[in-house]
Design a binder for this molecule. Structure first.
Ligand SMILES: Nc1ncnc2c1ncn2[C@@H]1O[C@H](COP(=O)(O)OP(=O)(O)O)[C@@H](O)[C@H]1O
Ligand SMILES: [Mg+2]
Length: 258
């Protein structure tokens, strides 16, 4: 299943092109005759961390609908629950109550294995610290999720090269992370996030380690993915200049959207 999807994305020649999406300018708004269903939805999600006798409500009955082609930016003070929200939306973490719907399917309480499969196929993650594997080249890092999804080495390498070209790293395919700047590492991480043709990219402070120029380049790249390829992107950021490139911004305080 995963394998076929991944193979198809290579063999039909659409490896770096997706059907152009229709960015939703008015999320949830009526367009013509009906309302477009959200790609990703949190419904009254609560996540509590218990530290001895203390309870921390990292997410407090939070509801949020995210639409295809949006670049949603999430702002809020440290500790307001932004990372927890991404983890719950991305099937990395299970809420205590409430549910998460991905393409209308309730993924909240699926068995771990099923959630892992969905995550691998539909969601790409980007992190502040890049998390590239230091002993592997850019190309090998980008190939990893494809190999995990069952693609052959040859096809993974082909698609990996074209993704690196898409993010402007075509001439750095054989460099290791230590030989790249922060901006180049993050662009490689974006190529890796795109490896299995995800519908959704979740990015946790992706420009936090970058200077202004590189931060701008990364956010412009994410913007292009939403506008041209209909990928839905959620970006947690502290940087108002990053947030203003999004199509919509939400603010979090104490586990809630305010
Ligand atoms: N694994 C954990 N164990 C206990 N508390 C946690 C854990 N992860 C997050 N928290 C707490 O949950 C709250 C929200 O954290 P987080 O989602 O990381 O916020 P943000 O990303 O906005 O800084 C914070 O009070 C944090 O200390
Ligand atoms: Mg965080």
């Amino acid at each position: 299943m995963t394998r076929e999807a991944a193979e198809k994305s290579v063999s039909d020649g659409s490896n770096t092109k997706r059907t152009a999406g229709t960015p939703t300018s008015r999320p949830g708004g009526e367009s013509g005759g009906g309302t477009t269903p959200p790609v990703l939805e949190a419904v009254e999600v609560t996540k509590i961390y218990r530290m001895g006798p203390t309870e921390i409500r990292a997410l407090d009955s939070l509801s949020l609908s995210i639409y295809k082609g949006e670049l949603l930016t999430v702002m809020g003070p440290s500790g307001s629950g932004k990372t927890t929200l991404l983890n719950v939306l991305g099937c990395l973490d299970v809420p205590d109550s409430g549910k998460v719907l991905l393409d209308g399917e309730d993924v909240t309480r699926l068995p771990e294995k099923a959630r892992t499969r969905i995550r691998l196929r539909k969601i790409g993650f980007i992190f502040q610290q890049f998390y590239l594997i230091p002993t592997l080249t850019a190309l090998e890092n980008v190939m990893l999720p494809m190999l995990e999804a069952g693609l052959s080495r040859k096809r993974a390498a082909e698609r990996g090269r074209s993704l690196l070209e898409e993010v402007g790293m075509g001439d750095r395919a054989d460099h290791r992370p230590s030989q790249m700047s922060g901006g180049e590492q993050q662009r490689t991480a974006i190529a890796r996030a795109l490896a299995n043709n995800p519908e959704i990219i979740l990015a946790d402070e992706p420009t936090g380690e970058l200077d202004t120029t590189n931060a701008g380049m990364v956010i412009d790249l994410l913007r292009r993915l939403t506008a041209e390829e209909g990928i839905t992107v959620v970006v947690v950021t502290h940087d108002p200049r990053v947030a203003e490139k999004g199509t919509r911004t939400i603010n979090m305080v104490d586990g809630r959207v305010v």
